[in-house]
Write a protein that binds this ligand. Structure first.
Ligand SMILES: Nc1ncnc2c1ncn2[C@@H]1O[C@H](COP(=O)(O)OP(=O)(O)OP(=O)(O)O)[C@@H](O)[C@H]1O
Length: 485
């Protein structure tokens, strides 16, 4: 069950009633809330009343210029991403407006498949910027919109140190590097730093460097000139230009290719860059928060990560401990997630039996807080009473292992199958084993979850613990037909 505040919302402003109708159909309730206005004045009134996550704005309306409306929205709240819709004749105006802070533009006519990933990505970005992260001891943030934010939990000494670090570094204009295993809360920390920073009311954007191929990432970050490469039929404004004066969160920075690392180093050192295919240096003032779950010391040692870039990104480092090292935080967080999710899912919850808690606290949590949240949700969905007993835990949780790996470590049956597949690929002479194996695993994962939600993208993304844009990208990459789910 989604509460009103958790339902993604979009304001569409266009004097063409057909577009308004189509967007409502493409983004149906209860997954989305779509507000529509046929002119900019009504659009502004709805913007103030409903504080939507993102705006889709026609640039060429009969009565009023969309650009003036963009300016008004930016004045009201620069953190709300605005996607511009444009005809072919006005594309150049829309592109220029991006350096004035528009999130993206799209040329009419467009297909739902072209606009939906953009809208999801805008909503995701907006939520990262605006959903309050409430640190322990803090009641609400004065910077942020609503009281119902996301509580960041932690009482163990290492987490107390993390919270202190956020307090120390947020207001300073330094680059921050957030390190930690997957699911430890790096994105949460990045959001908290932004929300507590002096740039909290300026634009915020996030890019997952691992999810985008090198050439696209280059355009995404630095933009490109028309004709810079095949398919570059328009100029593009990159995130370093859009985020001028604001903050850019670069997730999975450890996955950047050497070329991108070199380009990043230059923009961090000189605070200027050129669009791909361009020669004019463009000045930018962007605060970088970067994160990775890679071991950057090892990556520098083997030459795959530049040490000069590391030192630029790492003016301050925050290290998130894995969940298994957080001691009594595990039972505390487990209890909190059971209470919170039971309420959201409309399930009864009274207590966790000592045997269940014992199983949960002795688990090693390789997926960290994200895994804990997933286990709690699955357990609640299975539970048939208010006391959580071990039988309600997901099938296979804490199960005994059945095979032994090369170093004597125990393995589950699927790990044995995976090891056999890796061996087969090695023998086949493949040079893309990582991609091939990840794609195979992803296919099983995505098809299973999509089937269980009858192809519902929002619900599947929630269950997978990934964003809707990431899920849509993976579905497209794997060519999965969601209508068959
Ligand atoms: N200390 C915490 N208190 C409450 N919730 C948390 C905490 N840390 C993480 N979470 C939650 O756990 C989930 C995963 O967190 P997040 O996405 O920040 O992890 P991450 O380290 O960025 O993961 P990845 O490396 O896979 O991108 C999110 O739902 C987040 O809200």
């Amino acid at each position: 069950m989604q509460t009103n505040a958790s339902i993604p919302s979009l304001l569409v402003v266009d004097d063409d009633p057909l577009i308004l109708q189509v967007m409502k159909l493409c983004l149906p309730e209860p997954d989305y809330r779509v507000y529509t206005a046929e002119n900019a004045i009504d659009g502004q009134a709805l913007f103030i009343k409903h504080a939507p996550d993102a705006v889709l704005l026609d640039i060429q309306m009969a009565a009023q210029s969309g650009l003036a409306a963009l300016h008004e929205f930016r004045e009201l709240d620069p953190r709300v991403p605005v996607i511009l819709m444009t005809g072919h004749g006005t594309a150049e105006t829309a592109i220029s407006a991006m350096s004035g802070g528009a999130f993206e533009y799209i040329t009419k006519p467009f297909e739902p498949d072209d606009i939906l990933p953009l809208i999801d990505s805008a909503i995701e970005t907006s939520r990262m910027a605006r959903l309050p992260t409430i640190l322990p001891g803090e009641r609400t943030l004065k910077n942020v919109d609503s009281a119902d934010g996301e509580k960041v939990l932690g009482q163990c000494p290492a987490m107390v140190e993390v919270f202190r670090s956020i307090g120390r570094v947020a207001a300073r204009e330094v680059a921050v590097l957030v390190l930690g295993e997957t699911g430890t809360g790096k994105e949460v920390v990045a959001r908290a730093i932004y929300q507590h920073s002096q740039r909290h009311d300026q634009v915020f954007n996030a890019i997952n460097c691992a999810a985008i191929p090198e050439n696209l990432l280059e355009s995404e970050l630095f933009g490109h000139e028309k004709g810079a490469f095949t398919g570059a039929d328009q100029r593009r404004i990159g995130k370093f230009e859009v985020c001028n004066g604001g903050t850019l969160f670069l997730d999975e920075i450890g996955d950047m290719t050497p070329l991108m690392q070199t380009k990043m180093l230059r923009v961090l050192q000189e605070k200027e860059f050129e669009r791909v295919g361009g020669s004019k240096p463009i000045k930018t003032d962007v605060r970088i928060i970067a994160a990775t779950n890679r071991d950057l010391d090892a990556a520098m040692a083997d030459g795959s990560f530049r040490s000069d870039l590391y030192y630029r990104l790492n003016e301050y480092t925050i290290i998130l401990p894995p969940l298994r090292d957080r001691g009594d935080d595990v039972p505390m967080m487990t209890e909190f997630f059971f209470r919170t999710f039971a309420q959201q899912l409309g399930k009864d919850f009274l207590s966790i039996s000592p045997e269940t808690m014992q199983l949960l606290t002795s688990h090693s949590w390789p997926g960290n807080v994200r895994e804990l949240q997933g286990v709690v949700k699955q357990t609640l969905l299975k539970a048939s009473g208010p006391v959580i007993v071990p039988a309600f835990l997901p099938v296979g949780f804490g199960e005994t292992k059945i095979a032994t790996g090369p170093n004597g470590q125990t393995r589950q049956s699927w790990e044995v199958d995976l090891a056999t597949e890796v061996q087969r690929l090695l023998e086949s002479g493949s040079h893309s084993i990582s991609d091939e194996v990840h794609d195979q695993v992803d296919r099983v994962l995505l098809e299973g979850v999509l089937k269980s939600t009858a192809g519902n993208i929002s619900e599947s993304a929630t269950r997978l613990g990934i964003s809707r844009p990431t899920l849509r990208n993976r579905i497209r990459h794997l060519g999965i037909d969601t209508t068959q789910s």
